[in-house]
Structures are given as C-alpha cells and as structure tokens.
Design a protein around this ligand. Structure first.
Ligand code: ARG
Length: 458
C-alpha cells in the first residue's frame, strides 16, 4: 500500500479497514468550496510572509482554480485513501503542480484548517437561513393582514379562553421566528471569527498575518488563543441550538395547524397542494407537512445533543472525536434549509373557515372575563364579579343557552348592577377591541404591530 501523507514515521502501513473507518471524505466533501477558498487565501498569506514567490503563488492559485472547476463540474475524483477533503485537495494539487503543492501546508495544520472550513460553512448556512426566515416572517404578516377582521377562540389548556383576532395568532408566530433570526445573527457573530493561523495547537513558527487572512476570508476578527481555537466547536453548537429552537417554534405552529384542521375543529383549511391522501381511505386529506415539521424537530434536537455529547469531556486541544461534529452540523443546516421554503408556502396558503370559527367563538362563554370586567367597572370587586359570572355560566349550562340568551331579569337576580348594555359585553369582536395596550389583540394594537414589523423587515 502507498504511504500516507503523514506516513514517514510508520514502519507498517495502515490497516485498510481502519483507513476506511476513520476517513471522513464521504461527508466532509461538501466542505470542498470552503477549503479551496481558504487555500487560496492561505497561499496569499504565505506569499505575504515571503514563504512563496509571486510565481509560486500564481501557479498555486491557478491550480486551485482548476480544482474548483473540477469540483463544480463533478469531475474532482475523491479517494477514500486520502482520508478527508483537505488531503484530497492537497493530493490533487500535487498531481497538478508537483512539489509546490507541499508548500501550502506550511505553518498550517488540518486542525486550524478544518475549524476554519466549518466556520465558513456555518456562516453561509446562517446567511441562507436568515434570508428564508425573513420570507417566513413576511408570510405570517401577509396572512395576518388578510385576517385582521376575523376572529377565533384563543386557548389556554387547549380550551377556548378569550376571543382573539386571527391576525393576532399569525403575528404570535412571527414573533417567535423573529427571535430565531436574532439567535442566528448572534450565532453569526461568534461564528465569524478566524481560527486559521493557530497551527496544530500552539500557533505557527512563521509570520502569517492572521488579520490579513481574516480580511481575505471575510471574518470579522481572529481567535485569541490557539489552543482553544482548534478545539472550539461552540459556533456549531450555537448553530444547532438555533436550528432546534427554530424547529421547536415550527413544531408548535404545526401542532396547531394539525389540530385546527382536524375534523373535530374543522377551522383551518390546508391547501390541497400540501396535503396527502390515504392509500386505502378515499376521503382522507392528511396534514403530512406539519407532521413532518413536528417529526424533524426530534431529529435536529438529536443533532444538538449529538454535538453536546461529542464535546463533553474532551481534553484540549484537537481530538479526532471532533471529526464527528460535521454530520450533525450539516444535517441541521440541511433540515432548516429544506423546511423553510415549505413553511413559507404553508403559511401563505392556509385559510381559516370563518363560519366555523364564528360559531365556535359564540360558544363556550368565551366573553366571561368581559362580563366580569363590566361589573368591575360598575364598582364590584373582581373576585365577586368572577363568582357572579361563574354562577351565570352554570345557569346557562343547565338551560342549554348562552350569555346573550339571558334576560335582564335573570341577570338582575344575580346582581343589581346589570343593565341592558350587558349584551355588548357578550360580543367577541367588541371584546378584542376592548383590550388595551401594546401587544394586545385589539385592532389598533394589531395594526400597530404590523406597522412595526414591516419597518423591522424593511
Ligand atoms: N478530517 C479531520 C476532521 O474533520 C481533519 C482534521 C484532522 N486532524 C488531525 N489531527 N487528525 O476533524
């Protein structure tokens, strides 16, 4: 067997089975564009440090460019014997330009190299996710605007609690996804710091201008401790956490979509294009998409735990365990990037069945708090008002009627404070507009929310 790049000190060649087991090329090949980008910048830094002549730099850059084209056209041959993407590219480089290829690794280790590639990868994923998250927020606002004057029961314990405007429900989810975007932006700050120049763990013996490198590679700063820099995977964990939070929000939304579109509620209409039928039951229209979102939340949260377990108890600095960081990192990015456009489509297309909801909010004594507050305005302590309205609920239940069916006589028996205005306190629409202050479900508060969000989303 051919000697490995690092094989100088070995008497026997590596076991083939072990070589295959330890290779990462099958999954880290997707780092190729980032590795090539990094290599070109590193060659320039070597030239700046007078370790490469201008002619050598030009040959290296030309060859790297050629490899980039090969990769893009799917013609770059990757070999498992070359372990990972870094060694594969180095091997291809030496096929093209011979011994000069060996100069590119001067002062650099695969440890600072892979840490840099992974950060470049995460940075790109975050930027892509941020764009899609913006579309998702816009979709929520769009559907909110269509539903400003429509009402639904707001629930606690999944029991009808108080009437809300449907727009309010859409905008609640927009807030969650806005926080997710914020989390990704925070993650980006900690991700966009350059570890390159840290060498294997101790720094390098050469004058590599790390700030110059950071500039070339678009990093906002450089890491401050080489030992930490090569073993730090916090950025990947932050990223996986941000993806998990995003999916948790998407999963909560999905759960409500599933519930509201169920036959029992019949309140939400899913677009045919995003539903699935049953192979046996011809009548079925299943909410597979939100169910998949809900299911994949388990998967990405698994990725977060996977990474947490990898870094737990790792001694400084690089350990091969860290090679296992990439599958969860890549998978979380893939899942977020695949889910987001589908989520945008779902949010844009869901409709509410307004007549079902109108009936729903007429039931269940959903304006009970308004009725109690009405008595409070007339001077009754809230606890007493609560008791009186509670007894009205019981009376209505016994008679199978609702608040607005009660006569003034029946009400007066409970409290002399009732007058004929009580009817307006049984109206769900009026109930929403009685809500005061920022963030409430009143029409004016919702219009203000939408105005603010549109400004934020520019
Ligand atoms: N494929 C390796 C990884 O992903 C690259 C770093 C190898 N470093 C080493 N010291 N063996 O972690």
């Amino acid at each position: 067997m051919k000697q490995r790049t690092w094989g100088g000190r070995f008497r026997k060649s590596q076991s083939k089975k072990f070589m295959e087991y330890s290779a990462s090329i099958n999954f880290d090949k997707r780092l190729a564009p980032f590795d090539l980008f990094q290599n070109a910048a590193y060659a320039k830094a070597l030239h700046k440090a007078k370790l490469l002549k201008k002619s050598e730099l030009d040959r290296l850059l030309g060859a790297l460019n050629g490899i980039k084209t090969e990769f893009e056209k799917g013609r770059l041959k990757l070999r498992i014997e070359d372990e990972d993407i870094h060694m594969n590219i180095e091997r291809r480089l030496s096929e093209k330009i011979g011994a000069l290829a060996g100069k590119l690794h001067t002062g650099r280790s695969r440890n600072d190299q892979v840490a840099t590639d992974a950060r470049l990868y995460a940075r790109e994923a975050i930027n892509d996710i941020l764009k899609l998250l913006e579309n998702l927020q816009k979709a929520f606002v769009q559907n909110a605007e269509k539903n400003i004057d429509a009402f639904m029961p707001g629930c606690t314990h999944l029991q009808p609690a108080q009437p809300i405007r449907i727009a309010h429900w859409f905008l609640a989810y927009r807030e969650m996804f806005a926080r997710d975007a914020e989390r990704f932006r925070e993650t980006l700050k900690r991700t966009n710091v350059l570890p390159l120049g840290s060498g294997a763990l101790a720094g390098t013996n050469f004058d590599i201008d790390r700030k110059y490198l950071a500039g070339l590679l678009g990093f906002d700063g450089i890491t401050q401790n080489s030992l930490d820099a090569v073993s730090d995977r916090d950025f990947a964990l932050d990223f996986c956490y941000a993806v998990s939070m995003f999916f948790s929000h998407l999963s909560r939304f999905s759960e409500e979509v599933v519930i509201f579109s169920s036959a029992e509620w019949g309140a939400l209409i899913l677009p045919d294009e995003l539903c699935t039928g049953s192979s046996i039951m011809p009548q079925k229209k299943n909410p597979d998409l939100p169910e998949l979102f809900r299911g994949k939340t388990g998967r990405v949260t698994g990725n977060l735990f996977n990474l947490l377990m990898i870094v737990k108890g790792l001694p400084l600095a690089y350990n091969k365990d860290l090679q296992e960081d990439k599958p969860p990192l890549f998978d979380s990015a893939d899942q977020a990037l695949a889910a987001l456009p589908m989520a945008v489509e779902l949010v844009k297309k869901i409709k509410f069945n307004k007549s079902v909801l109108k009936k729903r909010i007429g039931e269940n004594f959903i304006t009970a708090v308004d009725l109690a507050d009405y008595l409070v305005q007339k001077g009754l302590p809230f606890r007493e008002a609560h008791g009186i309205v509670g007894s009205l609920v019981r009376e209505c239940e016994e008679l199978s009627i609702t608040f607005s069916d009660l006569t003034l006589g029946q009400l007066k028996k409970r409290s002399g404070l009732f007058d004929k205005k009580f009817l307006s306190y049984c109206d769900p629409a009026l109930s929403t507009d009685r809500k005061k202050g920022v963030g409430s479900t009143s029409k004016s508060a919702i219009l203000a929310q939408i105005k603010r969000i549109k400004r934020e989303l520019k």
